[in-house]
Design a protein around this ligand. Structure first.
Ligand SMILES: [Ca+2]
Ligand SMILES: [Ca+2]
Length: 274
């Protein structure tokens, strides 16, 4: 016969494990419509080649993986300044300056060995209501160009997942936002070299507002995709080194929802009076 106390303890323990599982996927808790979230990545290490990295931990809400290459998930990241090809998860900046950007540099490969560098921000709608648009701004910084590379870009995608089901590597369901997907600012026939990703000619700042149906409790994932799809025969073994910096995010409900509801009520009253 089961002791009710031990059964209860087991139930509490199971509940605690379940709760712990949720909290380990902390994401960004977006609790107030219209509020702003920002990330400047300056908490990343400015030196070292084996700084510990864990998704949604090193930077709350942030995930990074590469596809089609080893490792597929990162356990470390390296400081970088663009002075050398560096196929890794990177904290990029000038020397050891504390202004860092999150990025990487992928290989010049083609299917089936395409190496895409993926970065994602996971945000949970905790406002209690449906949010109908988000506004995202960020800066794409280029810290190294590769000789004769013709086309390279950062592609921004988003997807809403039910609570707990989001993944940076989800195979389908992403929507690409062209206005948030800038091309590499620098292409050159000169020998591959470092450039200052903080200089105006080597960076592109983008911002736009995107319609979305983001239910209370569900997760919005914003995903940056740096793809190597397609061999560029004229280029070397790598693609441009990109960092993303100065991310800003906010979201709001349908702006006219309350107004239309009020006008509808007024119309109803008028009809009743007429
Ligand atoms: Ca920064
Ligand atoms: Ca920067």
């Amino acid at each position: 016969m089961k002791n009710p106390l031990s059964f209860r303890a087991g139930w509490i323990s199971a509940a605690f494990v379940a709760f712990s599982g949720v909290s380990s996927e902390a994401a960004i808790v977006y609790a107030s419509a219209g509020s702003s979230y920002s990330q400047n990545f300056n908490s990343l290490a400015a030196s070292g080649a084996s700084n510990a990295w864990a998704n949604d931990s090193t930077l709350a809400g942030w995930h990074a993986v590469q596809t089609g290459a080893t490792p597929s998930s990162w356990s470390v990241y390296q400081a970088a300044n663009g002075s050398a090809a560096q196929g890794a998860l990177l904290s990029i900046g000038t020397g050891t300056n504390s202004d860092r950007a999150l990025g990487g540099q992928n290989a010049n490969t083609t299917a089936p060995a395409v190496t895409d560098m993926l970065y994602a921000l996971q945000v949970t709608n905790s406002t209690g209501g449906i949010l109908s648009s988000f506004t995202l701004g960020y800066t794409l910084e280029q810290w190294r160009f590769v000789q004769n590379e013709v086309v390279d870009k950062m592609t921004l995608q988003y997807q809403v997942f039910s609570a707990g089901s989001g993944s940076i590597t989800a195979a389908s369901g992403w929507t690409t936002v062209a206005s948030l997907s800038p091309n590499a600012p620098v292409v050159s026939s000169a020998a591959s070299a470092a450039i200052d990703g903080n200089a105006s000619g080597n960076r592109v700042s983008v911002a736009d507002t995107v319609a979305v149906s983001w239910d209370a409790g569900s997760e919005l994932w914003l995903r940056w995709v740096d793809t190597s799809s397609g061999i560029n025969a004229a280029a070397g073994a790598t693609r441009a080194m990109f960092g993303i910096d100065d991310v800003s995010f906010s979201a709001v409900p349908e702006p006219s929802a309350m107004l239309l509801g009020g006008l509808g009520l007024i119309g109803l009253l008028r009809r009743r009076r007429g």
